[in-house]
Unconditional design. Structure first.
Ligand code: ZN
Length: 421
C-alpha cells in the first residue's frame, strides 16, 4: 500500500489522479463548438445555417413520398484521405483507410452486421441513405490516384483550428470540395476524436470543408484504439458533413432539437455502451432515447443506426448545398482524357473513311457505352451502344469534321473526328 507522507504530497497525488481521470475521457466531437467559434467572427454563418435548415425542411415536405416509395437513387461520394503524420505510427496503412471506407458503406446503407434486431422498436425507422463512398481514382488534375495523400509534418499535435487543412500551417490543402469529400487523418490533441464542417459553410469556406479524424479512431484495423475502433467516428462526422445534428440537439434540456421528426427527444449525450431501454427527463417511456444512433456519443460498438428522418436530411443536402458532388464522376477507374493521353484508349484511324476502331475501353460499373457523333452544326448524326472494344461503320457519314462522345454513368470521353471519303 502506498502511504502519503505529507499533506502536500497528498494534494499532488489527488491532483494527478484528477488530471489522469480527465485525460481518460475522450471528446467525441467538437463540430458544434467549431461552428459556434467560427460564427463569432462570421455571424453570417448562423444565417446561412438557418437558411439551409429552412431549405431542407421544405425539401423534406416536398419529397417525403420518395422515401415512402422506396430509397433514393444511389449517390457515390469520391473521397480523398489526407494522412498528415509527424511519427510513423500516425502514417496509417492503406488497409486501415480501406477498412474505414468499408465501414462507411455498411453504415450509410444500413447493412452493418451489428444493426438492430428486427424485433427492436427502432428497427423499422432505421434508414438506408443509399450513399456510398469510394477512394477517388482521379485527382484534381485528371491523373489517376489511389485517393490517399501522405504529408510529413513538424506539427506534433493538431487541434480543431483547421491548421491540418492547409499546407501553410503544416497540413495538406483540400481538393475541390465540390468534387470530393476531404478527410484529414492526423494526431489530434486534446483527446479529441474528430470534427466536421457543416454544408452551410461550403460556399463561403470550401478550403476547410470536410472532416478531421484522429489517426487512432479512423477505420477498424491497424492502430485503432478501443472503444473507438470500429470507424464510427467518421460515420458520425460525415453525418455532420451532411448536416445532421447531435441527437440531443446540443442543448442539455428538452427544448434542444436535432430537427429530425423520428428521433426521440433526448436531454443530453449518451456515453459508454448502455443496453436495454434508457429513458431520461425528455423521453420517459419505452422505447426510450435512441442511444444507438450514430449521432449520439456512445462507443463505436454501440452506435448502429441512422433514422429515416436523418436519411431524408442527408438526401436533401445533395439537392441543395452539396449538389455538385452528387454528379462528381471521380470514382471510376480513370478518365477518358487521361486514357487517351496515355495512349491506352485508341480511336483510329483519324481521319477515317469507313470503319473506326475503338480499343482500350475501361471496365466500368455501368457496363455498356453510348456513342454519339455530332456534325459541325451540333446535330446528332449517329448514335449506337456498345459493350466493349469494337469497330463501328461510318459509311453513312459524309466528308467533314465531327465530334464523337463515348460515355456511360462512370466514364466519358470526347474526340474530334475527321471523315474523308
Ligand atoms: Zn458530433
Amino acid at each position: 500500500m502506498f502511504l502519503f507522507k505529507s499533506p502536500f504530497v497528498l494534494f499532488v497525488g489527488i491532483l494527478l489522479h484528477i488530471v489522469t481521470g480527465l485525460s481518460a475521457d475522450k471528446i467525441r466531437c467538437s463540430t458544434a463548438e467549431v461552428f459556434k467559434r467560427n460564427a463569432l467572427n462570421h455571424p453570417d454563418a448562423i444565417l446561412r445555417k438557418q437558411q439551409l435548415e429552412s431549405d431542407i425542411q421544405h425539401w423534406i415536405a416536398q419529397n417525403a413520398a420518395k422515401r415512402e416509395n422506396g430509397i433514393q437513387a444511389m449517390i457515390t461520394i469520391p473521397v480523398v484521405v489526407h494522412v498528415v503524420y509527424g511519427k510513423d505510427v500516425q502514417n496509417i496503412s492503406d488497409a486501415q483507410i480501406q477498412s474505414q471506407i468499408e465501414r462507411l458503406n455498411k453504415d450509410f446503407s444500413n447493412s452493418n452486421a451489428d444493426k438492430l434486431h428486427s424485433s427492436h422498436p427502432f428497427f423499422t425507422i432505421s434508414g438506408n441513405s443509399n450513399i456510398e463512398f469510394c477512394l477517388t481514382r482521379i485527382d484534381p488534375n485528371g491523373n489517376s490516384t489511389n485517393g490517399i495523400t501522405r504529408t510529413a509534418t513538424t506539427v506534433s499535435e493538431f487541434s480543431d483550428n483547421n491548421d491540418v487543412k492547409f499546407a501553410a500551417s503544416g497540413g495538406e490543402d483540400a481538393w475541390d470540395a465540390r468534387q470530393y469529400l476531404n478527410i484529414w487523418v492526423c494526431n489530434l490533441g486534446g483527446d479529441l476524436l474528430g470534427y466536421a464542417q457543416f454544408p452551410s459553410d461550403l460556399a463561403s469556406a470550401p478550403e476547410s470543408d470536410g472532416v478531421v479524424i484522429g489517426y487512432q479512431y479512423f477505420g477498424s484495423s491497424g492502430v485503432v484504439e478501443a472503444p473507438y475502433d470500429l470507424g464510427r467516428t467518421a460515420t458520425h462526422e460525415i453525418g455532420h458533413w451532411l448536416n445532421l445534428e447531435h441527437i440531443w440537439g446540443d442543448d442539455d434540456n428538452c427544448s434542444g432539437s436535432d430537427n429530425v421528426s423520428d428521433t426521440p427527444n433526448q436531454e443530453t449525450e449518451t456515453t459508454g455502451c448502455p443496453s436495454g431501454v434508457r429513458t431520461d427527463n425528455c423521453t420517459g417511456n419505452s422505447p426510450g432515447v435512441m442511444y444507438q444512433n450514430y449521432m449520439d456519443y456512445t462507443d463505436d460498438a454501440c452506435m448502429v443506426m441512422f433514422t429515416k428522418g436523418q436519411v431524408d436530411r442527408m438526401n436533401a443536402v445533395f439537392d441543395i448545398a452539396r449538389s455538385a458532388i452528387k454528379t462528381s464522376n471521380k470514382c471510376s477507374g480513370t478518365t477518358g482524357v487521361s486514357l487517351l493521353a496515355n495512349n491506352k484508349l485508341k480511336i483510329y484511324p483519324n481521319p477515317v473513311q469507313n470503319y473506326l476502331t475503338i480499343e482500350g475501353l475501361p471496365k466500368t460499373r455501368s457496363g455498356n457505352f453510348n456513342i454519339d457523333i455530332f456534325n459541325a452544326l451540333g446535330q446528332k448524326v449517329y448514335t449506337t451502344e456498345i459493350s466493349s472494344d469494337t469497330m463501328i461503320e461510318m459509311t453513312d457519314l459524309k466528308t467533314g469534321t465531327y465530334v464523337m462522345t463515348i460515355y456511360n454513368d462512370d466514364f466519358t470521353v470526347t474526340q474530334k473526328l475527321t471523315v474523308l471519303k
